[in-house]
Ligand binder design. Sequence first.
Ligand code: ADP
Length: 356
Amino acid sequence: MPWFGMDIGGTLSKLVFFEPKDSIVEKTEDETQLLSNVTKYLTKNSAYGKSGHRDEHLQMDNVKICNRVGTLHFIRFPTSEMNNFLELAKKKGMAASVSTVCATGGGAFKFEENFKNELNLKLCKCDELDSLIRGLLFTVASNNNECYFWSQCTADEQCSKQEYTFQYKKYPFIVVNIGSGVSVLAVYGPNNYKRISGTSIGGGTFLGLCSLLTGCNSFDEAIELAANGDNTKVDKLVRDIYGGSYSKFGLPGELVASSFGHMNSKEKRAQVSREDLARTTLVTITNNIASIARMCALNERIDRVCFVGNFLRVNPISMKLLSHAMDYWSKGSQKAIFLNHEGYFGAIGCLLSFDE
Ligand code: ADP
């Protein structure tokens, strides 16, 4: 029985932990005791070491995996802290309670030896995109309220979050995974998908550029800054060039014509704040992803696009921008869909690979 599924990404490591709640006893007393200690440590805390967090609000109860019923817990930590994670796992006896951990993401390869040497743990490696799709389909099937969309995204204030009933058995649909980089997949059936596009300009780019431009120290700080900034002080808009809209081609005056286009001017540079720069970086990266997603959907003749990945964590600004861009440029024919467990599907799918 696997208890852990791990997705070791370029920026964040995601750990999904299955805690069986039924009473089937299939282990020796020692093993049960060990597991119970680990379970207690993981479920009684929401912070581990300096940088590990459990996303309590995402916990899934009454989940059935490998004919066992239990709870799924969701934990994340920066991949750069892997050595500290391994140390903590050793100290808490995690390694002694399981012999194999299912792992995906590039880190499953990069850190394989470290798991073996430090914890005597064998990583059972799964492909990250297979895991992503498997995890997404499982989560949507298990949770009625997993999906949502943003309605009326013409202006920030009018935009509202609405539950969305995703017909996940109806194919095809597009998945845009925004992690450190971006992958775009077209899903035609439960075991039938292809990677149709991608870009290196993703969540890692946002955080990297934002750190350079504002000196911020974390993703949450970057998002907070962006929430209080104004990109029109940094971007050159259509109206800055035309004095209004470019109506012959239906381009509104408020549309960004040139991202960061004002920043060649010394006077304009003197007027912008860290918040404005953070907002502009977020808007630039997000609009670029929206544009790629839209073209992929159009090419594949698919109208539903699911945006996932931790770039969307605590990031309603990007979700609203993506929703607006998909809706506006497709004249209402393409729909942006979001999922509550946004960054955890790879880790969930990886855990489930044992079930197959
Ligand atoms: P990966 O598997 O490549 O690490 P994720 O889906 O975990 O991808 O997303 C990583 C991205 O999520 C980061 O590049 C950043 O934009 C964003 N992010 C969200 N929360 C955090 C966080 N706590 N620390 C760092 N990046 C975060």
